[in-house]
Design a binder for this molecule. Structure first.
Ligand SMILES: Cc1cc2nc3c(=O)[nH]c(=O)nc-3n(C[C@H](O)[C@H](O)[C@H](O)COP(=O)(O)OP(=O)(O)OC[C@H]3O[C@@H](n4cnc5c(N)ncnc54)[C@H](O)[C@@H]3O)c2cc1C
Length: 375
């Protein structure tokens, strides 16, 4: 039965909400719900853990932080709506989280280079529909005389003035500080299982691996590849597959500059991100499963034979790999109210950073309505 019964603001403070997963999706959701007035507890098994670049990282720790909302190929449907809403919410969120000690900003613009005349024609048509969003085309552009030339750019491309990139580490730091200010309780533990309970109404018992447990009114699952097993025990089947991504940082061996480079240059499916005066981030590979393939990294660096000479001469400064979570039988993300007090906000695949604010907002709206719904 569907019925709506909006909670009043007064009783939000008395509602305790657990968020399982402290990546970008879980922390943004925690911030959003705590800002609405809920009592929030965030649980993550890796909270405050040191980075170990030899292991597969979580999506958040591996991410490039690209916000690419306006160059999406489709112009309708859920994915498009979530992207557009997130692009509206990001500037305000950044402003709220940015401090003097930890300044945050979206570095813009983003340029996508076409790989063929056909792709450029598609870009022309897309740009004609997206002028208001700051999307236009570039053509007959030569980067040869630039300090550091771009990879192959003879077909032209798309420039998106409002898309760009945020430093993921600084953003996560800002979010954790904001959560502490909002008195969100942070628990470092692995959730082993969830149990529905009834006593004067429904509540949830969250069992932690260290034999502790806690009781909450609702649970929001934001645990990416750890989500499937948690809901399976409650009777829900949402298969999720891991898709590995490798990233490298190159150290460039010249004294030139990033003059005329955008914040993100996307070419041959690879994102190039200037970082400091002589570093370049390159990512990411898309490899189903959890094992990294060295050949994929080599192919990414060569960019199908289009990488410029200065890139070929650069040295690898650092490299890492992380896991994306992809729903196997439906489009990403899994944004769904499974039952009263149980919400899925997970498996954002390649776009967890981009989509985090819109998905957090969706959770806030659906948490206080007595309906079962999916986005
Ligand atoms: C190489 C790479 C580059 C990427 N670049 C971009 C990009 O440029 N832009 C973009 O938008 N997206 C990008 N993505 C995708 C993006 O990083 C992910 O979609 C996003 O990080 C997902 O965030 P999350 O919080 O849902 O999951 P995660 O970051 O995976 O976090 C899930 C958390 O849940 C915790 N957890 C799991 N199970 C349990 C449990 N049982 N109990 C307690 N805690 C648990 C884990 O410890 C983890 O911290 C990239 C991904 C990769 C791998």
């Amino acid at each position: 039965m569907y019925f709506k019964e909006l909670n009043t603001h007064e009783n939000l403070q008395s509602k305790k909400i657990a968020i399982i997963g402290g990546g970008i999706v879980g922390t943004t959701t925690a911030w959003s719900l705590a800002s609405l007035g809920y009592q929030v507890v965030l649980i993550d098994k890796e909270l405050n853990e040191r980075l170990d670049l030899s292991q597969n990282l979580s999506g958040t720790k591996a991410s490039l932080g690209i916000l690419m909302g306006n160059t999406f190929r489709r112009s309708s449907g859920r994915s498009w709506r979530l992207r557009q809403r997130s692009m509206e919410l990001w500037p305000d969120l950044i402003q709220k989280l940015s401090t003097k000690e930890n300044p945050l900003k979206i570095n813009r613009p983003l340029i996508q280079l076409a790989r063929s005349t056909k792709e450029y024609e598609f870009m022309l048509a897309l740009a004609s529909k997206r002028k208001d969003l700051g999307v236009t085309t570039i053509k007959n552009f030569s980067s040869k005389n630039m300090s550091r030339s771009w990879p192959q750019s003879q077909y032209g491309g798309l420039i998106s003035r409002n898309d760009g990139r945020i430093d993921p580490t600084a953003l996560m730091k800002g979010l954790i500080i904001a959560l502490q200010q909002l008195r969100v309780e942070l628990i470092k533990a692995k959730v082993s299982c969830l149990e529905r309970k009834y006593k004067k109404g429904k509540y949830w018992l969250i069992h932690l691996e260290n034999d502790n447990h806690l009781q909450t009114d609702a649970v929001i699952i934001c645990s990416a590849n750890g989500s499937e097993s948690l809901i399976k025990k409650l009777g829900y089947n949402r298969p999720i597959a891991a898709v590995l991504g490798q990233v490298i940082t190159l150290r460039i061996n010249d004294q030139k500059s990033w003059d005329k480079w955008p914040a993100v240059l996307s070419s041959n499916g690879v994102n190039l991100i200037p970082d400091n005066h002589n570093k370049l981030l390159l990512g990411a590979t898309v490899e189903p499963g959890t094992a990294a393939n060295a050949l994929e990294l080599i192919n990414m660096m060569s960019m199908d034979g289009n990488s410029p000479k200065w890139m070929e001469e650069a040295l690898i400064n650092s490299q890492w790999k992380g896991l994306r979570a992809r729903p196997q039988d439906r489009p990403a993300p899994l944004l769904e109210k499974l039952e009263e007090g149980l919400i899925l906000n997970t498996a954002h695949y390649k776009n967890g950073f981009l989509l985090a604010p819109a998905c957090a907002e969706w959770v806030g709206k659906n948490l206080c309505e007595n309906t079962i719904s999916s986005q």
